[in-house]
Design a protein around this ligand. Sequence first.
Ligand code: MOS
Length: 750
Amino acid sequence: MSNKYIGQATRRVDGRAKVTGQAKYAAEFQTEDLAYGVVVSSTIAKGKITAIDTSEALVLEGVIQVFTHNNVSGLAWFDKSYKDQDSPPGSPFRPLNGPEIKFSQQPIALVVAETFELASYAATLVKVDYETEGPVEVEIRDHLDKAFDPGKGKQGYKKPKNRGNFAKEFAKSDVRFETSYYHGAEHHNPMEMHASTVIYEADDHLTIYDKTQGVFNSQNYVTGIFGLSKKRVRIVSPFVGGAFGSGLRPQYQLFMATLAALELKRSVRVTLTRQQMFSFGHRPATLQKLSLGASQDGTLQALNHAAYSETSRFENYTETIVDWSGAMYKCDNVSYDYKLIAGDLYTPLDMRAPGAATGVYAIECAMDELAYKLRMDPVELRLKNYTEEDANQGKPYSSKELKACFQQGAEKFGWSKRNPEPRSLREGKTLIGWGMATGMWDAMFVPSRAKAFLSADGKLTVSSGTSDIGTGTYTIMTQIAAETLGMPMEQVTFKLGDSSLPLAYLEGGSATAASVGNAVRITCENIREKLLKLLSRTSYAPLADRPQEDLEFADGKIRLKADPEICISYSDILKQAGENYLEDTSTALPNMLKQMDYARNTHSAVFVEVRVDEDFGTVRVSRMVSAIAGGKILNPKTARSQILGGMVWGISKALEEESQVDSNFGRFMNHNYAEYHIPVNADIPAEMEVIFVEENDDVVNPMGIKGLGEIGVVGVTPAIVNAIFHATGKRIHELPVTLDKIIMEDLVVE
Ligand code: MOS
């Protein structure tokens, strides 16, 4: 394959549409006679509604209806209908199903009016009486005695088998210690709030513009609950203003807008407020306990990783948290524990690198602690325990260029100049610290379909029902199609985000580039074959008899390699053969036989410099280098953006983000941008370097693509926590590392 497009730093094909406002998001699609729904949220976390009075709202001219559990019927009876592709085991929440309240901010009514403003005002007039049941339980650390084993959970999650004998070898280890790490909940904060615009057409045909990471998931959800055939429901989602996992499950605005549209036989839009964005999934609060035992030379002898994580009372959300420790390092005696604690909150939800962002944070901080106890360089300690196989699975990594990440990252950062002594670097009152950590994520491949359509005017349209949550899917798919079929990128259009397009899985797990990418390649290869067949019906028929290696597909033409002047354009092939178009729809399937013998992952090494004010405990990240082993890089520009975004989030996770929950009222208190801190430009260092090390891998998929959506965030947070230790001598065991934790008197220098 030549490299005219794949591997080239290419601007986003949708960039212009986005910056000029041409790109439309779910709440921006207009239709005549659109009604507006505003959700009323519960003010209690646990109990039931005893009375709900909508009369004051309904008397207002222009208020069309108020839907509550009292006037909704005809919905699906079974849990199965409310399940979606990302549901954990349990009973999914059913909006407006009854008077019971299971979490604070539970949606309890939808006010529909002629204008958004009127609906918003009328929503304030809905009077609700509750019977509160108490007390609420929302803080996992207060209820560790209720921790339970979730068993085999979501997508078959099962904690890995223990190996060796942890207890025995830990007791014998030269150096051993126990440590723990905790972080509270975090909420997804995409710029775009969740929204659904339901266009009602005759005979209950619905076109729904939904904010989602999976149009087919939303389609199944709507058709299941409302008993509609798939022919009647089309989900469209051409642009998504960030999601980070929040769009993996259909959220309740989709239910509400669809319900209202069907009941009123009218088009309806429901948009959640920023506060309501805190009323559904979140990264779960998790407490982790690790015990590490090592010999004097740094060899890990024993490792125990236990996690206690939060779930709701109605679903058991699980994450792959503890597994990473025993996969990242060579250690013969490993044990795991993973337990859930149910609370009076909504079910947690996948958030960028779910599980890894949590588990890798803990093991990578613990490894730094070990490095200090051994007086060993943290990179050296990691190299000492380096492994080419995932011992949980007993399989070698299909590729793992992590050593190159350590080497190139350290080189770029200047790691060799580091004095390991804590508090050894300062400029006046500013303590400077250098820290590092490793990151790891999965390289997934899920079956995906794509369609290619080449028209007689020489334009190619490729499509797949995947989504682009800002990751660059439009761009890389266009590159792959243009490369494969030998066409200028300007002649290629990629379409996505529509349930009428070929089936693709949820855009999650960093799987889309690899999965849909290979489907696009295959379907374009099939178009090449079809063009060759047509060639024999044209004036260039003799070319068709040439061996394929004599021919090339380039610039929208089939031409003779030896003499590019001898050529015919795709357009002329179609015209001369009397065809208006060529099309193909194909599926990319993982090569299971090839894959099953390997563990497939992305890896990274992150190096960070922090500057901590000695008096005030304020932390600034001043420099960061992230070296990524992420397989084939399709577009260094969008790839770098993905990693930069992850680095920003890693800073924010380490220093700023936390959803604080009130233990009396079971409510997230800082549910707004004033109090839920996310970084602004001034929080982000100017010097952020991204390195992609070369990594070839034909096991993961024929194109060697591993996906980059999530690896960028993993490893950043522990690197910062470790750098703060190096700067201050204070080991902070809880996120975010805010100044109060740093200046607290009782923190000891280790
Ligand atoms: Mo992601 S949490 O796989 O959208």
